[in-house]
Design a protein. Structure first.
Lengths: 981, 170
């Protein structure tokens, strides 16, 4: 570790614990607390990565979680940010985006072609001829990219948690710490969050050697650690702002979703680079990066340095370099040294050469910085004819700052350019949002502390509902800390403005000249700010360049939007713990025990079909088909039992119950006789079918409603809403979970059921569509004679805790009639044979009842009002499609699965899409394949063969036919065929 | 152990209440029916009262959820429906940390005797803090038992507690 300094007073590393790791095949060692980058630099490894497009050598820029050219790949992760990721024992790393090795990247010569890769070349070059685009796309992805994803990596999930606070302070620099203390000492419940593993912010690296700051630091940290009202969340970054002050805090263990009543943003500023030729060479870095390396990691950033200054902070950095044993060859000031403060005097007092009114015209070096070319600077450009060379291996850039204001923008704050500060500053903040510190233009330590207190005061006042006059601008510095034009042109270019995307100054100028002269357009055309650092180093200079080209002010030019989350968040953190509610019926274990293959139906698990276990475990497609056919045949010929507990079951009670149901469903429900049921079709206000079920009448003021499995909760919500909207005297009870239900269907159903219940099941007493209450095995039951599957059958609704016993008894007694449990797939076939639709399968988000051949369920004339009636009255004569029945030729036998028509396959007529299949299945009862299709008019009425395009690309003919396909007059569901026989 | 766990959480535990029968009462005579059966009658909506082992919550103008000890006789009313709830109980230090991972309610504000209806891990639940001891009861449709019990059990164990529904006491 030849570049490791003696212990620094505030260093993060633990020198008692060494850590060994590998990088590009070489072994390095560091200390616990080192970042990957600091450990590599300490070991003399200056080259850390290659650039995105030209594969240029790159190294440290910020050490602030923005170093996108120091991204590493390990065996189980990629795009690891070296500047902030702690080093860990044994990790084996290589650089991302390298062809070969980092040192001998085979793609490093791409830069020689840069003149052929102007701004927007992606858009201009590869779209013709179209057939070659896949080739170019693949090539570009290989050559220009980031890390590689390995799809064999195991998925990881980090739990999320919710958090709450009265005051959330984001950023634990001096102003943030002071704000947190002021708020907490006034009694507020405070969360103080900082992205770094330790609080202190710039106080601990920029002012690490300032005696005056030491006392402040000790005092702030001590009071924070002793204040029980402050919850400190180190190593967490606020990734965005969402409505009602909902702020995701991303930490090593995952995301905390913090809900705050007041948010104080003390997020500070991001140091901005200067633009000059070869400003990306390893050895060129931001001044604050060098200060972080020294103060946090005790790493000497170079041997001989030049410091480029556009503010006082550069002089502070020069002093820190001297203290770290770095030779400072010169300080180059963009302006007059006389306007600088105390730090400049200290630098001069140490005999350091200060070249003012000068700039770096060019950095030189092969693979790393070896010298800089300094030239006189007039505020806009350099006089290259008067340049001279200064040998050095380190160049610090201290030319200005951009506010870390992404979340202020997201919260709706208004910001504007303050020419006195040469920085974008907040002008107007929304309720509950506060800004302080350097983000707000307060730069001296005194200003930052006072501004933190001020922000806390205003947050507390808002928290208590007190009127407050904002003093947002009171503690701002009157001196500029940013240079308005740290951008130096060069005829040979390579003066990078966005090092994420290898964008040069000329690229942005050319983009603007090509007409992309709006900041958002320029961003997208040039890709400025679209790399991993999302413009944190390039946006401000991009705005300056565009403003210069267009002759507008910074405010007139505007800024791009930083959407939440504005900083990369691991997918594992976004994924969170898996919360996927799963609901089981009382018969679930029975189903599993009897070979059920389960499927999801909304949140419910339902048997898809039942098949005996095989030695191989999995059921083949043929076995599946065979099971479904056998289940269908059992219902048609004997007896079947299906678990329909998943149906929505709602009791509707009260004097206005009938009126409510008349409003919600298309057909009139208030006229149902007690003990009878009626089909219930629900449409929304636009007339689109949303649900169906039945409504049964229990008493004059009491109804029983069923809804489809997936729409049960929505049906309950709709009923509740209508009660409120119409002020009806109705009560609801959602019995979906407390009642189970099963459907006993088949010719033998009456015989089997009658032996177990006290309800009279005779045709005279209990007709089709009737509903009766009684007991079954001693349990209270509600029996409903409905015919979804087209056979004599009874839906049995009963308490959930009685369901399993009743189910088992029915299976036992039904065994004499070859009873079979049947699943969802058999039920789908059975109802298809009857031509019944399934809402959501045979209908889509636009289907109205007329299109579904259900005009019989839309009494436009006889019923004064129901939800959706006005829309349906208009739609009645303007249908453009219709659901039709179809069948395939008898004996149709596709050569393979890809030749078989399937649901969602398109009907093609004269080369145009004319419809799609909504349901299709083999009908055991008919011995052929049947289906439903939504077909455009007038083709749907033409009764001519149609062509379906199948997976293989071939066309298969289908024949339209009438529905129902089976038992057209409905005799089987209204008669006991066993008695007839 | 979860990063948010602390040694104090070791007395965190998950158990189940199988000794209650739940009912939904609604309509104009519901309050009368409760009072007539000697059950408590909460005065405000979304509040609950305990009495002699029974718990009654007022969930609407004249809608109540009543949980009475299994086997206890009571009259009910015309619009009274048995519920099929599963009731889990979380108690001990760390119950707030546990709930913070499942529900976006600030449980620091939930005092003994408070009643809440909220989504927990995506499932509609009712929650009640017992007057004595402050244990948190979580009730939900029994169809979700498999899903929610697994989640609670996992979290309790991650936080260093015990799942007493699966013999964790042993």
């Amino acid at each position: 570790m030849k570049f490791r300094l003696d212990p620094q007073p505030l260093e993060w590393i633990d020198r008692s614990e060494s850590v060994s790791f590998r990088f590009e095949g070489q072994t390095f060692s560091g200390f616990s607390g080192d970042s990957l980058t600091s450990a590599l630099l300490a070991g003399g490894q200056k080259l850390l990565g290659r650039s995105f497009k030209y594969h240029r050598p790159r190294s440290v820029l910020s050490m602030a979680n923005h170093d996108v050219n120091a991204l590493f790949q390990s065996s189980d992760a990629t795009n690891i940010r070296g500047d902030v990721t702690p080093v860990s024992e044994g990790v084996d790393l290589r650089a991302c985006n390298v062809n070969g090795t980092l040192a001998n990247d085979k793609d490093r010569y791409i830069g020689l072609l840069s003149r052929f890769l102007p701004v927007g070349f992606y858009y201009k070059t590869f779209h013709k001829p179209k057939k070659f685009f896949p080739y170019w796309e693949r090539l570009i992805r290989e050559k220009a990219g980031l890390g590689e994803i390995n799809t064999s990596w195991s998925a990881t999930r980090q739990p999320k948690r919710y958090g709450f606070s009265e005051v959330l302070v984001i950023g634990a620099g001096p102003s943030g710490m002071q704000a947190a203390l002021s708020a907490a000492e006034a009694g507020a419940d405070v969360v103080l969050v900082d992205e770094n593993p330790r609080i202190g912010g710039s106080l601990d690296y920029q002012l690490a050697n300032e005696e005056a700051a030491a006392k402040v630091r000790a005092d702030l940290k001590s009071r924070i650690s002793n204040n029980a009202k402050i919850r400190l969340m180190e190593a967490h970054y606020a990734a965005g702002w969402y409505t009602d002050h909902y702020v995701p805090l991303v930490g090593p263990e995952g995301i905390t979703k913090m809900r705050a009543e007041q948010v104080i943003m003390a997020t500070g500023v991001m140091e901005q680079p200067s633009v000059f030729r070869n400003n990306d060479l390893p050895g060129v870095m931001l001044a604050s990066a060098a200060q972080r390396l020294i103060a946090r990691y005790a790493v000497k950033p170079g041997q001989r340095a030049v410091v480029l200054c556009g503010n006082d902070e550069g002089y502070r950095a020069a002093l820190d370099l001297i203290a770290a044993g770095v030779e400072v060859a010169a300080v180059v000031d963009l302006e007059r040294v006389g306007k600088r403060g105390e730090w400049a005097k200290q630098v001069q007092a140490q005999g350091i050469t200060v070249l003012d009114h000068s700039a770096i015209y060019e950095a030189q070096g092969k693979g790393a910085l070896s010298a800089v070319v300094v030239a006189p600077f007039n505020g806009k450009g350099c006089d290259a004819g008067k340049s001279h060379v200064i040998p050095c291996d380190l160049l610090l850039m201290s030319v200005g700052w951009a506010p870390a204001a992404q979340m202020l923008y997201q919260a709706g704050a208004k910001l504007g350019y303050a020419s006195q500060a040469e920085q974008i500053l907040p002008r107007e903040l929304p309720q509950g949002i506060h800004a302080c510190g350097r983000l707000n233009g307060a730069f001296t330590l005194e200003q930052r502390l006072a501004d933190g207190s001020r922000a806390a005061r205003e947050a507390l006042a808002q928290l208590r509902g007190e009127a407050v006059v904002s003093e947002l601008t009171v503690h701002r510095d009157t001196q500029s800390h940013s240079h308005p034009w740290p951008i130096i042109g060069h005829p040979k270019g390579k003066n990078f403005l966005d090092i994420d995307e290898d964008l040069q100054l000329k690229d942005l100028i050319n983009a603007a000249k090509e007409g992309f002269d709006n900041i958002e357009l320029m961003k997208r055309f040039s890709t400025n700010g679209m790399g991993p650092s999302q413009g944190k180093h390039s946006n401000m200079n991009g705005i300056r360049v565009l403003a210069s080209v267009t002759g507008k002010t910074i405010d007139e030019t505007g800024s791009t939007t930083a959407r939440p989350m504005f900083h990369p968040v691991p997918v594992s953190a976004l994924a969170g713990r898996r919360f996927r509610p799963e609901r089981l019926t009382p018969m679930h274990q029975w189903h599993l025990k009897h070979g059920a293959r389960m499927m999801e139906a909304g949140q419910w698990q339902r048997p898809e079909f039942y098949a005996p276990s095989t030695a191989a475990g999995a059921v083949t497609a043929a076995q599946r088909e065979q099971s479904i056919v056998q289940e269908v045949q059992a219902v048609r010929s004997g007896l079947g039992l299906i678990d329909v507990s998943t149906l929505g079951k709602i009791e509707v009670m009260g004097p206005d119950a009938g009126r409510l149901l008349d409003v919600v469903y298309t057909m009139k429900m208030s006229t149902i006789k007690i003990g009878m049921t009626r089909y219930a079709l629900a449409v929304d206000d636009s007339g689109v079918i949303i649900d169906d079920g039945i409504v049964g009448r229990i008493a004059e003021d009491r109804f029983y409603v069923t809804a489809t499995t997936s729409h049960a909760a929505a049906a309950f919500r709709t009923l509740s809403l209508k009660i409120q909207e119409l002020g009806l005297n109705v009560r609801l009870a959602n019995l979906t979970g407390s009642l189970a239900a099963m459907n006993l269907a088949g010719p033998a159903s009456r015989k089997v059921l009658s032996a177990l219940t006290d309800v009279d099941l005779s045709e005279e007493s209990f007709p089709y569509l009737g509903m009766r209450e009684g007991t079954l095995l001693g349990y209270p039951v509600r029996l409903i004679r409905v015919g979804f599957v087209g056979e004599l059958g009874y839906e049995i609704h009963l308490p959930a805790n009685a369901a399993l016993e009743v189910w088992e008894k029915l299976m036992d007694v039904g065994s004499a009639h070859a009873i079979r449990p049947f699943g969802v797939e058999a039920q789908r076939v059975l109802r298809l044979e009857k031509g019944h639709i399934i809402v959501g399968q045979d209908t889509d988000g636009l289907t109205n009842p007329f299109e579904a051949n259900m005009s019989w369920a839309v009494p436009l004339k006889s019923k004064p009002w129901f939800t959706g009636k006005p829309s349906l009255a208009r739609l009645k004569n303007s249908c453009e499609r219709r659901l039709i029945g179809f069948r395939l030729p008898q004996g149709f036998s596709p050569k393979s699965s890809s030749e078989m028509p399937k649901e969602c396959h398109l009907i093609i007529q004269d080369g145009e899409i004319s419809g799609r299949i909504t349901s299709i299945a083999y009908s055991p009862s008919l011995g052929r394949i049947i289906g439903l299709a939504m077909v455009d008019l007038p083709l749907a009425d033409a009764n001519v063969p149609m062509q379906v395009k199948v997976d293989s690309g071939a066309f298969v003919a289908i024949e339209p036919c009438a529905t129902p396909f089976y038992d057209a007059d409905g005799a089987r569901q209204t008669a006991d065929l066993t008695e007839v026989a | 152990m979860n990063a948010n766990a602390s040694p104090e959480m070791s007395n965190l535990s998950l158990s189940a209440r199988d000794d209650l029968s739940g009912y939904l009462l609604t309509g104009p005579v519901s309050a009368e029916a409760l009072a007539g059966s000697g059950l408590p009658l909460p005065q405000s909506q979304l509040t609950a009262l305990e009495l002699n082992g029974a718990l009654v919550a007022r969930t609407g103008t004249d809608e109540y959820m009543a949980f009475v000890p299994v086997g206890q006789e009571w009259a009910g009313c015309e619009w009274c429906f048995p519920r099929n709830d599963r009731v889990l109980v979380v108690q001990g230090e760390g119950w707030i940390e546990l709930m913070l991972q499942l529900c976006q309610f600030d449980f620091r504000k939930m005092q003994p005797g408070d009643w809440l209806m909220a989504s927990v891990a995506g499932v509609n639940c009712w929650l009640y803090r017992e007057q004595q001891g402050g244990a948190l009861m979580i009730g939900f449709d029994a169809g979700y038992d498999h899903y929610l019990s697994e989640i609670f059990s996992t979290l309790v164990r991650e936080l260093g507690g015990k799942d007493l529904t699966k013999g964790g006491a042993l």
